[in-house]
Design a binder for this molecule. Sequence first.
Ligand code: GLU
Length: 467
Amino acid sequence: MTVRTRFAPSPTGLLHIGNARAALFNYLFARHHGGQFLLRIEDTDRERSTRHAVEVILDGLDWMGLNPDEPAVYQSTRQARHAEVALSLLEAGHAYRCYCTADELKAMRDQATAEGRPPRYNGMWRDRDPAEAPPGAPFTVRLRAPQQGETVVQDLVQGEIRVANAEMDDMIILRGDGSPTYLHAVVCDDHDMAITHVIRGDDHMTNTFRQSQIYAAMGWERPHFAHLPLIHGPDGAKLSKRHGAQSVVEFREQGFLPEALNNYLLRLGWGHGDAEVLSRDEQIRLFDLDGVGRSASRMDYAKLTHLNGVWLRQADDDRLADDVLSRLAGREGVTLDDAARSRIRALMPGLKERARTLVELADSAAFLARQVPLPFDAKASSLLTPDARALLRELALALAALEPFDAAAIDAALRIFAEQQGRKLGQVAQPLRAAVTGSTMSPGIDATVAALGRDETMARIGAAIGG
Ligand code: GLU
């Protein structure tokens, strides 16, 4: 058996991280077993399912590196097939036409509620002769669900779960307008796509029992099911806006790397010993559903941010520089000319040591793309005392003639200069840092000055001591 999994999002305009995690688990499970990972866009709700909403999902999956192995299947294109399956159930006697009007259904529900029963369909047309229906009256198709016995699911995460069939009424599979219901469409599609494992959020657990009845009626083999616990906020409540980012786009905007988000989402609710930082290859090698916990996980933004810093330090410098440039583009006071680009690239090894997110990284790199006179923060201003300015004037003379103008030579020059002046290295480095960065924090001063280059360093010192 070739393992085939699928991610089946409804295009609602965002890719929620709960769904992104389901996609990741489906992807890893398929890869681990040498199978295929598929994508089905459940776009039967024509109003919400805009092209834009679909793009958001495709972009999000692409960004996370979770591209499907086959072209996406659009559920809306398969309506004829869904109807065909419903009609075959009708022919086989596993489904029947229900001619109940909206008023009758409402009365049925009201009566059930009044009697303290769950509002279920009462089987009005289950055994009635369709000839009794008014000629030409619209009808829905309902599954003739078993009324005795149990439906049992061996869930690969939750274990065995049983539901008495008496608890489930005869669900509609085809509406009056000939369109399929969601539960029916999913079963037809999963069957036709030869899905072997359905891995999805545990909010779909009750759907699984109803869908099982359709599989049974069709005589189709059921896939294996695995229901993942949901992701909650740090306080245990349903994850919402007030907790922080929820969608993949938001995490991306807030400066998270896809590999860090993937790594975090994997570790949230899945464990393999103490392993925390796992490459995609390791994830594929180690992932299995046995390691998925049964209880809801809590989103820990601080932990994600920490993990992001770990991944950031391992990330390629060119890639980080490109990202930083795109985040700085259009920022006030920032000029992204060739000089600024090459400075940012040159200092990236130092910059990435200090940042936890790409937003922090861009903030810390902005000074490299500013023009003199730089804006100084309060701490930097307070360092530029008359004494410090005098010192910087002397230092500028030493740096003006320095050859080569690289980090090692700059480091040596600063040490010699400090000694000559009878100062500690920090007493020279801190005012210099203030003068050339406008702040008191930057990568090593030698690397920072080297990245700026001689001319820019001179211009910045000049502007800082000039006033
Ligand atoms: N379309 C459903 C959702 O977005 C998922 C259905 C499924 O995985 O079976 O929640």
